[in-house]
Ligand binder design. Sequence first.
Ligand SMILES: Cc1ncc(COP(=O)(O)O)c(C=O)c1O
Length: 338
Amino acid sequence: MSIVDLRSDTVTRPTPAMREAMMSAPLGDDVFGEDPTVNALEARLAALFGMEAALFCPSGTMTNQIAINVYSRPGDEVLCEEGAHVYRYEGGGMMANSGCSVKHLPADRGRFTADDVHSAVNDRAAAYLASTRLVVIENTVNRGGGAIWDIREARRVREACEAHGLALHLDGARLFNAMAVDGTAPRHWGTLFHSISICLSKGLGAPVGSVLIGTAPFIHQARRVRKRFGGGMRQAGILAAAGLYALDHHVARLLDDHLRAKRIGEAIASRPWCVRLMPVDTNIVIYDIDHEAAAHVRALEAHGIRCFAIGPRQVRMVTHLDITDDGVERAIHALNSL
Ligand SMILES: Cc1ncc(COP(=O)(O)O)c(C=O)c1O
């Protein structure tokens, strides 16, 4: 029985055409700045977002952690929401790599407001308070069931950051999923943030890699920190080629993933054991059930359907490049049999 793997959009395998692009990529030593394919990917994303420079990194964790490290000094404070990937799923990196403390902002499916930022910033004059330095927004919001930020609120958050002298970083691991739905363009986001992290290895279906985008001086610093964190790669163009291929071929199809996620969500919502389904806005389906999530995951696994327990009674499914309509039908069939 073949497996329908809905645990994450990171499980995709490169397509034959993507592999071909990887195999034929011109290469060089990227630590020397000599890999033409890496340079092309960085230049392309910087131009797309209307920003000055970019840096190819092994992971989204590394792009986020580098940004935090560049902006902060030990003892500084970062504002984000409680479920934010930078806080929850990066191994305590903000604290361990950069010595930052964290203040959580109240949020609706991961989305906070400019007012929340205004109220959270510490008084600079008070020597006993941590210096609030940075705000991190995540779009789409992973733990928020793929929720999309309203760009108007993001703009107000930027104004709040200006008012308090804070940096604003976007964890845009799935920003292309958000833009596919709300019709915003990369340049709209590029003007709002001091830095943006884009993952190529999620919805875009590349095997490895994320790109950090920002001003030239910021990326210059980020390059130093990448090396310090052990992320300087040599003939990395073989990986960057997959990213370039994904930008050409895997952006327009993201809406297919969203439609498939919606169909799965509808099937879940109709089941008696479903207590709550978060609105399905993009490719992530999160739902609460009336029994143990681990048992639910095991029951679906018996049908060849893989998903994740993300809480004692909460489950996540994610659609992606390797999930076909047939896979969706199989998942729905399995859900209907529970
Ligand atoms: C919102 C978000 N940010 C960052 C990351 C980190 O990406 P990586 O797994 O490449 O470190 C992920 C990974 O799933 C994510 O969902």
